[in-house]
Design a binder for this molecule. Sequence first.
Ligand SMILES: Cc1cc2nc3c(=O)[nH]c(=O)nc-3n(C[C@H](O)[C@H](O)[C@H](O)COP(=O)(O)OP(=O)(O)OC[C@H]3O[C@@H](n4cnc5c(N)ncnc54)[C@H](O)[C@@H]3O)c2cc1C
Length: 399
Amino acid sequence: MDYDLIIIGAGPAGLSFALSLRDSGLRIAVIDRLSRDELADPPEDGRDIALTHLSRRIMQQHGSWQRIGDEHIAPIRRAEVVDGDSPYALHFDTPDDGSDGLGFLVANFRIRRAIHDEFMTLDDGFSLMADSPVSRVHSDDSAAHVTLQNGEQLNAALVVAADTRFSQSRRQMGIAADTVEFGRSAIVCEMAHEQDHHHTAFECFHYGRTLAILPMPGRVSSIVVTAPADQVDDIVDMAAEDFARDIEQRLKQRLGAMELIGKRHVYPLVAVHARRFYARRFALIGDAAVGMHPVTAHGFNLGLSGQDLLAEGLLAVLRSGTDIADPAVLHRYQRRHMLSTRPLYHGTNAIVGLFTDDAFPVTLARKAVLRLSNHLPPVKWAIRQQLMAKRHLSSLLPI
Ligand SMILES: Cc1cc2nc3c(=O)[nH]c(=O)nc-3n(C[C@H](O)[C@H](O)[C@H](O)COP(=O)(O)OP(=O)(O)OC[C@H]3O[C@@H](n4cnc5c(N)ncnc54)[C@H](O)[C@@H]3O)c2cc1C
């Protein structure tokens, strides 16, 4: 074997998985098609990521959280959901149990940089192969084989893929995936504003468009507009001042005068859930396993929790001296991770369906959903627990 483990994809999920295996003694290669410079200093991509308590804990254990810098982390203390022009809001506050927020917002490029920098402190057992697109993955009973675009072949006991929601290796390993194309895109950017956001996140389901406002450090918010794909060019081509006036108006001036900072970035919305998370000597993590619609802000949180569950399984099998690609271990990872991913994936897609369909009975149903969720304490408690996610769901069940 060239390596014990090859990780395809040096994105935040792939590198976090390597960090989880820091003390494993395994020889691990992480391979990415991007250049060393792009991996070390990722460009600003407009994405600001809402992280749960569990994600913060995992990143703290890795040492990557400490590298972000407190001044770049914004707590979310309250979340509000409003429908159409109605002033009625479903709201969630930080519980009175010593929690320092419902969650935390950090720019994606800062997360990527922090995880990369921490990875670079790992010892000689870990290597990062940049500028190395993978062209083929296959496996047999004795090893998994990775072929690079330059023709080089590498073998390992196990290959783990974190190579985007459009994962080529997932397809090559014969793993089917359910895909939803929403026909909509997210336009993301940051905006400065006159009034304080009071660390409140808003989700406004306006007719035709949805608008999320997420509190960043200072008087700055992350703006996520989702709109039908055929309207996206018009929104992105609007002059910065017109765009700012439009957002101010949609927010009914609650943040005062607003100003666009930097670029507007566009992400076509596609959600993907792999039907299996493993094959022979192969496993999926990150978006390659589950790529979420961003409205519920679960994508990277699931990526972090999934890699943590898989690493836990591998560390246990290493202690017992068995093959790290033992199907029983990979199967257990799949069962534990799917316990969270399936309900969140289908629940998120159902929310998107409900809140982007503007037909009359549906708009009535969503008003009812907001009021019911506000007035039924167990429902509200369950949603807030899910938002905060302090521990793995599977740790609460005998799995
Ligand atoms: C607008 C938006 C908002 C979001 N907001 C949130 C949020 O609030 N909270 C949250 O938890 N998540 C959020 N997400 C999701 C989050 O950004 C993703 O889940 C996360 O970035 C995925 O990380 P990853 O490492 O799995 O994949 P990626 O970041 O896609 O990395 C994959 C890596 O694999 C490499 N690669 C691919 N193919 C090959 C190949 N053939 N050979 C070699 N290398 C390859 C790529 O170069 C890349 O570096 C959001 C996403 C979007 C689009």
